[in-house]
Design a protein around this ligand. Structure first.
Ligand SMILES: [Zn+2]
Length: 351
């Protein structure tokens, strides 16, 4: 449906609304990370504006030439379609960005049937931005469709949720993911099934891992380093800090990404501690995350997260990278709990 893997029910619902001319002025796509929220929302934006009545045009290789609106939307350059997407280094969508969106919303479309605004990760709207967005949701100009994505509707203002039609996306069955990887990426059945299992229902993750196996390896390496640092002493931590600082001169971006990855992963471990496994971003890492969640207390994990985020900020502010990284790695919590070795005496008896 809509050139999207899975999510048949959601696709059918959107298609029916369009066919009946009953398009809502706002949709909220919810579901776990990388499950296909943005992909389905973008396909719907194309369906809303496609020149082909049976649209949207398919975009895959060997699917023929897509119409002009579909082509422009897919390339992110349609004049009446805009996405608000937060860069990784910022944590909130600002009031200013929503204010600017509102100024644009009020103008007539240049060529589209529906002016469309995607607000990705709407849970990251600042409070003032969310309140401002509410004004547009309350009185939307005709022909404007707002499409929000979020992991969970509960993370948004209830007043925002109540003005959107929610489209809930569930993790896909592993068999559907494996079939797609075999068809589209020509993976061997065994490799496709392996990745599909690791993906835990997140098709986007599986596709990325299939397309870039090296990226997955780099990520695994970086995460192994973090686990070692959390368990290790001063020496291991300083060595890792030095290795990163040496990388900084030539590959600052790699170091930034490593720190962001680490923050994201620690945030995942906190989610596991709270029993929110469904919302974990690195779902294939659940075993390693569960171990960290067991070995470190919640305050230690929160401290680790704060430390890593501060390091990202310090580096952005042009702090001395060697110093910033030394400080960050040494400030990681040291409360790693080692379970007693089998057969050893319990501390109570030894005392
Ligand atoms: Zn089209």
């Amino acid at each position: 449906m809509y050139d999207v893997v899975g999510h048949e029910r959601a696709g059918a619902l959107l298609r029916a609304a369009l066919a009946a001319g009953r398009v809502h002025h706002a949709y909220l796509f919810t579901g776990p990370p990388r499950v296909g929220k943005t992909t389905l929302a973008s396909a719907f934006v194309r369906a809303l504006n496609c020149a082909n009545p049976a649209g949207p045009c398919r975009l895959g290789l060997g699917e023929g030439t897509p119409c002009r609106p579909c082509r422009l939307i897919a390339r992110g350059i349609h004049p009446d379609v805009r996405a608000i997407e937060l860069p990784e280094e910022r944590s909130k969508i600002s009031y200013k960005e929503i204010e600017q969106l509102q100024a644009e919303v009020a103008l007539r479309p240049l060529e589209a049937r529906y002016k469309c605004y995607l607000i990705l990760e709407a849970e990251r709207l600042s409070d003032t931005a969310a309140n401002q967005l509410l004004k547009t949701l309350e009185e939307p100009p005709p022909g404007v469709v707002l499409l929000l994505t979020a992991q969970d509707a509960e993370a948004l203002l209830p007043t925002i949720v109540s003005r959107c039609q929610e489209i809930r996306l569930a993790p896909l069955p592993a068999a559907a993911i494996a079939a797609h990887l075999q068809q589209r990426y020509a993976l061997e059945p065994h490799a496709a099934q392996h990745l599909a299992r690791l993906a835990r229902g997140r098709i986007g993750w599986a596709v990325e891992a299939a397309a870039q196996p090296e990226a997955l390896q780099r990520r695994d390496q970086a995460l192994a380093q973090l686990r070692q640092a959390l368990q290790g002493g001063r020496l291991e931590r300083l060595q890792l800090a030095r290795a990163l600082a040496d990388q900084w001169t030539a590959h600052a971006q790699v170091v930034r990404e490593t720190l962001r990855l680490w923050s994201e992963w620690v945030r995942d471990a906190l989610r596991v501690q709270l029993g929110l496994e469904q919302r974990v971003v690195h779902a294939d890492q659940l075993d390693a995350l569960a171990e960290v969640a067991r070995r470190l207390e919640p305050p230690h994990l929160r401290a680790a997260l704060a430390t890593l985020q501060r390091a990202v900020e310090d580096l952005e502010l042009n702090a001395n990278p060697r110093l910033a990284l030394d400080v960050a790695l040494l400030a990681l919590p040291t409360g790693w709990r080692t379970p007693p070795a089998p057969g050893s005496e319990s501390p109570a008896r030894r005392a």
